[in-house]
Design a protein around this ligand. Structure first.
Ligand SMILES: NC(=O)c1ccc[n+]([C@@H]2O[C@H](COP(=O)([O-])OP(=O)(O)OC[C@H]3O[C@@H](n4cnc5c(N)ncnc54)[C@H](O)[C@@H]3O)[C@@H](O)[C@H]2O)c1
Length: 368
């Protein structure tokens, strides 16, 4: 069980992220070693994790003190109904605040479970065991919980830090290639917003990372987590610098919502399109140099990452796209707030644009 430990130190909670191989077979031991104790635990587990793996995980927990709930993770189920289902299981089994909810799954399972644990009796223990690359490098760190509503994505939620995060790269072996690319989107985003040196590393090694080759996969997860750690420790509740993590996401959320969160475009792919839109918009308003713009764009091309909005949208989607961008949480007035880029490693926060400006920008990007 060789692993790397990263300690996160926010105002509300100190906790560790454990990154390594062969960890999921030893969860109770790792919980013990990291002082996460409880009488009972509810294990919410993504039902697409292979049966063989689930059996290996569950075998190590004591029979009597665990309740297991299999969750069908998709954006449509990332809703209040799923939260209620979890809350009812906790209530029915008389869970107490110092009992523990353990989420084993991707970002959706983690976001729904952590939201439920944050409101159950005003907060119970929560452990995240992310099973997708996206969850290991992004959603399991920083304490954002949330669900979607018919008004948009992640509009209901809370800030609630976990007691422990355990990231096992063995989970990634069963992850479809498409999901690996989605996780890579957030790694790539982290490099662009804060660390040019890491961007250069990715430019050399992205193929090996996507093929889950050691030590490249571990290094990219650790580096990515370090960047997110640095940001959330400074600004836990997204009052300021944490907003840079939303780079590309204002566009991305509108892309996902316009396609009704369908599998045509999943979250990570939307983030990649969103990053492409954000760098193109930054170039349009002369914030980023053509050279840096091309360095980022060439990375998309080199590794065949989704980058063309025309594969998903046409001009008939324009009104809807802008409407969803206007509903973004970052907006403080009638304008649309964007996080843009000055150069690789340097972000420009909180620039506001009229919906007319965004409409005409998107119109220029769309051919049909
Ligand atoms: N809380 C945050 O800070 C934060 C940050 C970024 C993204 N998010 C959220 O995370 C979600 C996306 O997360 P995601 O990409 O992990 O999506 P996901 O949870 O839907 O997982 C992707 C797919 O992989 C399957 N899966 C999970 N683990 C697997 C495994 N080991 N093997 C095979 N299949 C597996 C899932 O069932 C699902 O079909 C979005 O809803 C997004 O809003 C949250």
């Amino acid at each position: 069980m060789k692993h790397f430990k990263l300690n996160i130190n926010t105002k509300s909670q100190k906790y560790s992220i454990i990154i390594g191989k062969d960890l999921y077979e030893n969860l109770p031991k790792l919980l013990d070693q990291n002082s996460v104790s409880f009488n009972k635990c509810l294990i919410v587990i993504d039902n697409k994790i292979k049966k063989k793996i689930i059996l290996k995980i569950l075998k190590k927990f004591k029979k009597k003190n665990k309740v297991v709930y299999f969750f069908n993770a998709n954006e449509k189920n990332k809703n209040q109904k799923s939260v209620d289902k979890i809350l009812n299981i906790l209530l029915k089994n008389n869970f107490q605040r110092n009992d523990c909810l353990i989420s084993i799954g991707g970002g959706i399972t983690g976001d729904v479970s952590s939201f439920a644990s944050s409101i159950y009796k005003r907060g119970m223990k929560f452990v995240n065991v992310p099973s997708t690359l996206l969850a290991q490098v992004d959603s399991s760190i920083g304490g954002k919980t949330g669900i979607n509503s018919s008004h948009g994505k992640n509009l209901i939620g809370s800030f609630y830090q976990p007691n422990l995060v355990i990231s096992d790269t063995n989970f990634l072996k069963t992850l479809p290639k498409r999901e690996m690319i989605c996780g890579y989107a957030e790694i790539f985003k982290h490099s662009i917003i804060l660390k040019e040196k890491f961007f250069k590393y990715l430019n050399e090694n992205a193929s090996k990372i996507l093929k889950i080759k050691s030590p490249f996969i571990e290094k990219s997860i650790i580096e990515s987590c370090k960047i997110k750690k640095k940001i959330v420790e400074q600004d836990e509740n997204e009052k300021n610098i944490r907003k840079i993590l939303n780079f590309g996401h204002t566009f991305a959320h509108a892309y996902e919502a316009t396609l009704n969160y369908s599998k045509k475009l999943n979250h990570g792919e939307a983030v990649l399109l969103g990053i492409m839109s954000a760098i193109t918009f930054s170039l349009k308003i002369k914030l980023i140099s053509k050279k840096d713009y091309l360095r980022i764009k060439n990375h998309f091309i080199k590794y065949n990452l989704p980058n063309n909005v025309n594969n998903y949208f046409s001009k008939k989607n324009l009104k809807k796209l802008v409407l969803f961008m206007k509903k973004d949480k970052k907006n403080t007035n009638n304008n649309i707030n964007l996080i843009l880029i000055k150069k690789i490693g340097k972000i420009k926060l909180s620039l506001n644009f009229t919906d007319k400006k965004i409409y005409s920008f998107l119109k220029e990007q769309l051919v049909n």
